[in-house]
Design a protein around this ligand. Sequence first.
Ligand code: ADP
Length: 442
Amino acid sequence: MPTSAPNVLQSRAWHVSIGRLLLLVGSALAIGIASGHIAIALIVVFAGYSVWSLYSLLRVQRWLLARARLPPPSDMGVWSEDAEFIYRRHQTGRYQQRRLVRLLRAYREAAAVLPDGVVVLSALRQIVWFNESAARLLGLDGQHHRGLIIDRLVTNPQILAWLAQARANDPLIDVPSPSIADIRMSMRLIPYAQDQWLLVVRDVSTLLKLEQVRRDFVANVSHELRTPLTVLYGYLDLIDSENDPELSGMVCEMRKQSTRMAQIVDDLLTLSRLDAQANTDDESIAMDAMLASLRRDAEALSQQQHDIRVDTTSVHGIRGSANDLHSAFANLVANAVRYTPPGGKIVVRWFDEDDGSCFEVEDSGCGIPKEHLPRISERFYRVSTSRSRDKGGTGLGLSIVKHVLGLHQARLEIRSEVGTGSIFSAHFPHARLIDGTEHESA
Ligand code: ADP
């Protein structure tokens, strides 16, 4: 509804007013000539016209002060058209304002009933607005908490530390709700507009419970499978098949498969244990002894088919779980042996870098196609299932490696090129390292 400014030259009000004035002046002149008092007649007419104009202006002002909601009064001389223009502008403004308010209300109503809690925070992190779910999950109430700085309301130190960092794309997963016992929440801060934040809070209790059920199920199944497997394996050992070539082949295959199954069960149990752990042991681990033991494992597996080297330049040891780290490193070394054809080269390194130290296994094996790299450490993910099985793999090795490293705040980096080989690097932060002179065990 655009409104255009009135053009004075085409203005009807101006034409009428000037016509009216000319008529009055003409009448005054006629009366003045007839009565012989032209000047008095003209003065009376001009004075009357001025009073009427002032009165019209007064009406316009009154109408404006009444917020120009009603249509302007009629016949206000030259002011009529201006008043009409102001009125139209005002009406358009009010129409757009009403539309905006309706739209805003619709958005708020939609946000209010979202199952996720949403809190709008100002640049100073004051609570500007929040929906019903946020009120429920965070224990907020409109009367007391609107306008308050969110950090002052939170008592949970984990949430406080997270809010202090205020990093987008770094959600806080699994914190207790301050208002409802048994509810676990995930929180995410999303920046928007200029220095404004959206705090999104989600009830993840059911999700976490399901995750726990899944973990318990895997742990229980693995545990339950262990005993029958041991029994089967024991009986297989008792079968004397040496004189029967057909039976001997079958027993040999059964032994191979039951060993593989036992390995899968062991790996699943290890993963379940690591999953349930929030922290790791605090042993002082000597890397010399660890590397020597890894070399022995690799040589036993390789059976002199590979050129295996160990290259140590760091004097640091690691603070953590010796067993878990040994099993993670041994997995990387075993993979290098398994996926490198005979005659290939394997180098195990332990060296310092800018922000810590690095355990690295490089091989000249088959390599991993790029598209598999992002998912390679997922449980049971294999580039080639048949090749992994042939090599005696369970598909759980790298998953264990990732879990163990995570518990030690270390990061796994994988570089690989098909046909050239792979490099698996475990980067340990300074906080996890110990001096070579400290008491060490392996
Ligand atoms: P697996 O027991 O099958 O070896 P892992 O979790 O240890 O399971 O490894 C997952 C997959 O990653 C393997 O199946 C294999 O395809 C690939 N892989 C792991 N290490 C290497 C390596 N050094 N060279 C080539 N491929 C590798």
